[in-house]
Design a protein around this ligand. Structure first.
Ligand code: NDP
Length: 682
């Protein structure tokens, strides 16, 4: 009987090809479970649908509205994760592996949603960096802004993370306002198909924001434009084929690749047997070999060990590997599942053969493995394999056996370790297990140019460490050279990757209009009512209050000094202050100036201003001496309504000037201001 054909989701509907397609097999039983085909699918139309339907729908939403949808999607998937775990078991994954993939992916959605609310404006344009003054008179400015690219983010994914992979790429693209098209790897496409069904059924995402292709990408690459993006995960050879596709080259399509990676973990010379760090190293190595049966792009392939501790590491690691139970994911005692496919097992065996040319196996047998609850031959099972290699040979630094395989490589000096690590020619992750901070600094700085992420692990951070192999949404994931040269996630960096950065030059009023933020030199309007009496919806960038003057007396300064205890000589000791090359006389405290300014601009009665939650960029620019009088100009700079709260953030420009017009202090005041209909919203 024929197995189901996985459907694609393009152009706002499900699509099923009419031919037989290619079979996909259960990794544990070898049984055929699905078929894949995209025959007859119109890829040009799918890309066009993303650009003309998904893109505009996303661009209508602000960053915060997109974040709210991502959060809701994360919640929806969490509710249905058991369904994903069940399907995931057929990829050979244990429950722990499935959680790593499924919960990890949901975690990325939620982390991005929360980061976006905190770090992105509730707007559709991202203002990148500060204003650049380009003329002496302040009438000509430059400002970088980022806007969503008008194309589609095409994901070409690897087989090893069928849920995390698509979600970690979707989150930043979605936040950026760019629609996504997912192409999963064939061996585990059935799990990604289940994920996409859950997403489509949720009805949470705008039409066209996410499309899915179950099978080959056909002629899709021929139709890529300069506004599209491709993020690829897989082998270095496919990366090379795709990045040199004529349409990618011709149209300068933004192409990011994450490919083969010979990640390292190094045991520090201080971490002798018996230390906490020695145990952490062995635990990390065993974890990275066995989680997802070692099919992790960040797994430790090269374990650098000081020569004198090689025997101890082999013995401690082998002892731990001996307790690993290889078997069916649903068998209770199983601690390591199967590889994703029989082809993958053959690939691992081939790679191990190459590694054996430069070393020897010290644990496991590539051809035999005891399996619990499944047929060892029909399922893609393989034993954990530990090798001892010769670090002077090329193979351990070049051959990625994408399974439960690591090679121990001895080193005899820090210099040698750094040199060996670099022979991977670019990797995703490295870890240095040491309590010696000087050694850690030397190895971090020496290996950083060749790595995307480095973990320094020791007894001090182990309790909270996320481990060697876990890419974090807040941190970049990617590496130079062999690792593909790309970068994914990295917090808001990943969002900006999907946007176009443009330098806008113009006068202050134009820059303020473009960015939606008041900038110095732009028009100010003194409001009829005090701005602290205005609700969020009534305030506009440029609304201004001018308050003062207020004279600063010697008594003010002495009162402040006694009251706060800040009797620093520049305020209190005339002789010492006179000798100070910057002042030459007693001056007022900077904090007194800020406090007096607040006294000038605050409206004391209860009203829409709920709280002052800080100041940014405070600078004291000119000294204030006794008898000087202060005026403060407070200008509404930026409004950030919070989506589901009865208030929003208001950033004010505060400029405190002296009687001669000189700015003495300048800073941003940050307040929370109620919305007019706050009562209804709360
Ligand atoms: P591939 O490079 O063969 O496949 C990766 C993705 O590219 C899959 O979705 C695949 O689709 C797709 N693809 C392949 N050829 C084309 C093409 N011509 N046009 C468009 N898409 C294409 O890698 P595998 O998944 O087979 O893994 C092979 C090896 O890659 C592993 O053994 C491992 O060494 C390495 N790898 C590295 C990873 C890393 O992040 N470092 C992750 C995963 C793998 P399809 O499956 O349908 O062919």
């Amino acid at each position: 009987m024929s197995t189901p054909l996985l459907r694609s989701h393009v152009g706002g509907r499900w699509y099923a090809a009419s031919d037989d397609g290619r079979p996909v097999h259960d990794a544990v039983t070898g049984e055929q479970i699905a078929r894949l085909s995209t025959t007859g699918l119109d890829f040009e139309a799918a890309l066009d649908y993303g650009r003309t339907v998904g893109g505009p729908a996303l661009r209508e939403l602000t960053f915060h509205q997109r974040a709210a949808l991502l959060k809701a999607l994360g919640g929806h998937l969490r509710e249905h994760r058991e369904q994903l775990y069940t399907v995931s078991a057929r990829t050979g994954a244990t429950l722990g592996d499935s959680k790593f993939d499924v919960d990890g992916g949901i975690g990325v959605l939620l982390a991005y949603a929360s980061k976006a609310k905190r770090e992105l404006p509730n707007d559709t344009v991202y203002v990148d960096g500060d204003i650049e003054p380009l003329g002496k008179g302040g009438t000509f400015l430059g400002q970088h802004v980022c806007t969503p690219r008008r194309g589609v983010a095409v994901q070409v994914n690897a087989f090893n993370f069928p849920v995390w992979g698509p979600l970690e790429k979707l989150a930043p693209a979605f936040l950026a306002g760019v629609p996504t098209l997912i192409k999963p790897a064939s061996p585990t496409a059935f799990l990604t198909a289940t994920l996409v069904e859950l997403i489509v059924d949720s009805g949470l995402l705008p039409d066209g924001a996410l499309q899915f292709v179950a099978g080959s990408l056909g002629d899709a690459f021929d139709h890529l434009t300069g506004q599209d993006l491709v993020s690829f995960t897989g082998s270095a050879s496919t990366a090379q084929t795709l990045r040199t596709h004529p349409a990618i080259v011709r149209n300068s399509v933004r192409f990011s690749a994450e490919a083969d990676s010979l990640n390292f973990s190094a045991l520090g010379p201080d971490a002798t047997p018996g230390t906490a760090e020695f145990d952490l190293f062995v635990t990390g190595l065993v974890t990275e070999m066995t989680v997802k049966a070692g099919q992790k792009c960040t797994a430790i392939r090269r374990a650098f060990v000081p020569s004198q501790h090689v025997d101890a590491v082999i013995s401690a690691t082998s002892e731990r590997l001996d307790t690993v139970v290889v078997g069916a994911p649903d068998a209770e005692s199983t601690t390591m599942g199967a590889l994703a496919s029989l082809d993958q097992r053959e690939e691992v065996r081939r790679s191990v053969k190459a590694l054996r040319d430069a070393g020897r196996i010290v644990f496991g047998d590539p051809d035999t493995v005891e399996v619990t609850g499944a047929d060892a031959q029909r399922g893609a099972f393989v034993s954990p394999l530990l090798l001892l290699g010769d670090p002077q040979r090329a193979e351990p630094h070049e051959v990625e056996a994408f399974g439960p395989v690591s090679t121990i490589l001895p080193y005899s000096s820090t210099e040698e370790l750094i040199d060996f690590a670099a022979r991977g020619q670019g990797s995703l992750a490295g870890s240095i297990v040491t309590a010696d901070t000087a050694f850690a600094r030397e190895v971090v700085l020496g290996t950083a140019p060749f790595h995307g992420r480095l973990l320094v692990l020791n007894d001090r951070d182990a309790g909270e460490s996320t481990g060697h192999g876990s890419p974090m949404p807040q941190l970049v994931h990617g590496g130079p050279g062999r690792a593909g040269g790309g970068e994914e996630m990295g917090g808001i960096r990943g969002v900006l990757h999907h946007m176009q950065r443009t330098a806008v030059q113009g006068d202050p009023d134009t820059i303020a209009a473009v960015t939606g933020r008041w900038v110095q030199g732009a028009e100010r309007r003194e409001t009829e009512r005090h701005p602290f009496r205005l609700h969020l919806e009534e305030l506009k960038p440029g609304d201004t209050l001018v308050a003062g003057p207020r004279t600063v007396s010697q008594q003010d300064v002495e009162h402040f000094a006694e009251f706060t205890g800040d009797t620093f000589y520049a305020h209190m000791d005339a002789e010492a202050a006179a000798a100070n090359p910057l002042f030459g006389e007693r001056v007022a405290h900077g904090y007194l100036i800020v406090s007096l300014a607040a006294g000038l601009f605050v409206d004391p009665d209860p009203g829409p201003v709920l709280a002052n939650f800080g100041v940014d960029n405070l600078r004291f620019l000119t000294p204030v001496t006794f008898g000087d009088s202060l005026t403060v100009t407070l200008t509404c700079k930026q409004l950030t309504p919070r989506e589901s709260a009865g208030y929003g953030e208001v950033r004010w420009d505060a400029d405190v000037t002296r009687q001669d017009g000189q700015s003495v202090a300048r800073y941003d005041v940050l307040t929370l201001v109620a919305k007019k209909d706050a009562d209804k919203q709360d």
